[in-house]
Design a protein around this ligand. Structure first.
Ligand code: PEP
Length: 255
């Protein structure tokens, strides 16, 4: 019942893939397949492809996101991109705290919080990723890890600003591995995270928050995952690079 209170969002995380030409071609293939979608559709492309993606999606229901932003508005941060620069381009979404950023680029809960803050300040919708490592699941500390990541990332975020936050629960052991969490596992942790948000704000705020599952979601398993009461969408890596697969996941979200 509460699921009706929130919008379903299916977002593709293209990671470091595609040339600009390939990006435009993929978007042009996706657009007619998802034109009537009842859910929000987002493609998070590499920084260098943002303008191409914005041009290719113009006038369609496909929205464009980036895969990271810096915590500062500007300054001596060689190689970084600010949230304001993304907003200036017309980008509407940004992924923050992806496990690949945490794993390979030294992101911490505190830097993730800074990037969340920066994204909100620039008027972007932030897709905040949280999730446990395999060892953490095996040690039965999934809830502690997800709770801590969520609480620190949302520090200083007001209840009103929560409307511009999407949380993506992404168990690290399921990302790019072909190992999907079972629908029960995904539903359980998404429900747990919603409870954490209810504790931080209130139940109404938690009930309105879109929580995605991400981790090897594909055309075959999407319907079961998306049927779980607390799973409101998906953050899709590999399967978002193939238009028919991505469209099939969006269809599953609509159904
Ligand atoms: C991701 O990158 O966020 C992701 C979920 O990847 P994949 O779907 O490939 O596991």
């Amino acid at each position: 019942m509460n699921k009706k209170l929130r919008k379903a969002v299916i977002a593709g995380n293209w990671k470091m893939n595609k040339t600009r030409q390939e990006a435009a071609a993929l978007i042009n293939e996706i657009k007619p397949l998802v034109a009537g979608a009842g859910c929000e559709v987002v493609v998070c492309v590499p920084f260098t492809h943002l303008e191409t993606a914005l041009a290719a999606t113009a006038g369609s229901n496909v929205k464009v996101g980036a895969q990271n932003c810096h915590w500062a508005a500007s300054g001596a941060f060689t190689g970084e991109i600010s949230a304001g620069m993304l907003a200036d381009l017309g980008v509407g979404y940004v992924i923050v705290g992806h496990s690949e950023r945490r794993q390979y680029f030294g992101e911490t809960n505190l830097t993730v919080n800074g990037r969340v803050r920066a994204g909100l300040d620039a008027g972007l919708t932030v897709i905040l990723c949280v999730g446990e490592l395999l060892e953490e699941r095996e040690q039965n500390i999934t809830e502690e890890v997800c709770s801590l990541q969520t609480k620190i990332a949302l520090a200083g975020v007001s209840k009103a600003e929560l409307q511009n936050i999407i949380i993506a629960y992404e168990p690290v052991w399921a990302i790019g591995t072909g190992k999907t969490a079972t629908a029960a596992q995904a539903g359980e942790v998404c429900g747990f995270i919603r409870g954490v948000v209810a504790g931080l704000y209130d139940q109404a705020a938690a009930d309105g928050l879109t929580i995605q599952y991400g981790g090897s979601m594909n055309a075959a398993n999407a319907a079961e995952l998306l049927a779980m009461p607390d799973v409101d969408g998906g953050l899709i890596g590999g399967a978002s690079l193939k238009a028919p697969d991505f469209a099939a996941i969006i269809k599953a979200a609509n159904d």
